[in-house]
Design a protein around this ligand. Structure first.
Ligand SMILES: [Zn+2]
Length: 414
């Protein structure tokens, strides 16, 4: 699924020209020369030996959430058939946030830092605010070529009923919702920048038809967060969905391990093992889809143990070494024990060949720990208004190799 040269030539020339101009500007002004150990901000290039052309591979952020917002159904957007009135659990909305999130002082503080003050539960987010956030964070990130923008489906009960926003973390319900229609509409507006990451709960009525519909409209992957959305890997509906993704060769981005920002509805689903068994079975039938495990299934606070993290590492380097199983490193630098393990623990040698980069926007790209290497670079590395660009620079500064930033190009649909 590599991009053909003609696609690169046709679609991306403008972006390339802009980036090479930036490179020239940097070299002329010496803006990034103050520190000799500043990470390489120049896009990676390789030589096509037949034509001797220089072709640049793409840096793709596979894990970018939509700006947290509350939006009523967008009548001007081309709507998916399975979302005629937005959320099933909260009809009339294309995006919502549970009140426990909008009231949380930490969320409010970080949202203000990012330039999008959170609305009150009864308010709608103004469209011009969303546009400003997109311009600052998504369009002004010169090191990144494409962002996979993620929809986020609602919590569904075991009976397949969608439940709207939860009142507190103790109640069943959805922490947030972003419709596929809303995300698809944004991606249509910025086709040179954004790729459509769908989210469809497998317990939905007619989930497979919905999957076919987003696939036909260019979805590059499907995102799940089982502990928050209530998705059991052994449920027949989940198995049918994953099998269908395999038939379509449509990747899944699945978050196992802990989640600290949103409500955990079913902690049992932190464990990636049942999904790995299913993938093993599908692989034997030649129907395994590409799967990216978000955050390498890391725990929340490090003291909670890293059992699931090690399960995923073992699978990546063992049984699934030659299979399309990957893990993303979105915001992983905020968990030093796991970060150090993937960076240079000899037990996990070769793991870089299975990693993919993501920013996890809008999770703040702040480094809480005194990484010695980054400390030296801090001023140059961190300084950028776009949180996605900052996330990229932090990962570069901490030593993540080129291949990790570029791997998504060979995994996701274009
Ligand atoms: Zn995420």
């Amino acid at each position: 699924m590599e991009l053909s040269r003609s696609q690169l030539d046709g679609q991306h020339r403008i972006a390339q020209t802009a980036q090479f101009k930036m490179l020239n500007d940097v070299q002329t002004t010496g803006k990034y020369r103050r520190s000799s150990c500043v990470p390489r901000l120049v896009p990676y290039r390789f030589i096509d030996h037949e034509s001797h052309d220089t072709i640049r591979t793409m840096v793709i952020d596979v894990h970018c959430h939509m700006v947290p917002q509350i939006r009523r159904v967008c009548s001007s957007a081309k709507r998916f058939l399975f979302e005629p009135d937005g959320a099933n659990g909260n009809p009339g909305f294309d995006a919502y946030l549970a009140p426990f999130l909008t009231r949380n002082p930490f969320w409010r503080f970080f949202a203000n830092c990012a330039g999008f003050p959170l609305p009150r539960p009864d308010q709608e987010t103004p469209e011009d605010l969303v546009t400003r956030v997109i311009e600052r964070h998504w369009l002004d990130c010169p090191s990144v070529d494409r962002l996979v923008v993620l929809a986020f489906d609602e919590y569904h009960t075991d009976e397949g009923v969608a439940v709207g926003p939860i009142r507190s973390r103790r109640h069943p319900g959805s922490s947030m919702y972003t419709s596929n229609t809303l995300v698809h509409d944004i991606c249509q507006r910025y086709p040179q920048r954004m790729l459509f990451g769908a989210s469809i709960h497998p317990y939905r009525n007619h989930a497979l038809e919905a999957l076919d519909e987003v696939h036909a409209c260019g979805a590059v992957l499907v995102k799940w967060l089982p502990i928050t959305q209530n998705i059991d890997a052994v449920d027949p509906r989940t198995r049918a969905f994953v099998r269908r993704c395999g038939e379509l060769n449509l990747p899944l981005l699945i978050h196992y391990g802990a989640e600290i920002t949103l409500a955990t509805q079913n902690a049992r689903f932190q464990d990636p093992a049942p999904m790995l068994s299913l993938l093993s079975e599908l692989r034997r039938e030649n129907k395994m889809p590409p799967v990216i495990i978000a955050h390498v299934a890391t725990p929340g606070p490090p003291f909670l143990g890293n059992r699931h993290f090690r399960t995923v590492l073992r699978a990546l380097l063992g049984e699934f070494r030659d299979a399309p199983l990957y893990a993303d490193i979105a915001a992983l630098y905020q968990k030093p024990p796991c970060w150090n393990a993937i960076l240079d623990d000899p037990r996990w040698r070769g793991i870089h060949g299975k990693l993919v980069w993501g920013s996890d926007f809008p999770i703040p790209p702040f480094v809480w720990y005194p990484y010695r290497r980054l400390w030296k670079l801090k001023r140059d590395v961190i300084k950028h208004p776009s949180w996605i660009e900052r996330s990229y620079r932090i990962c570069r500064g901490l030593g993540i190799p080129d291949e990790v930033f570029e791997r998504a190009q060979s995994i996701i649909r274009h």
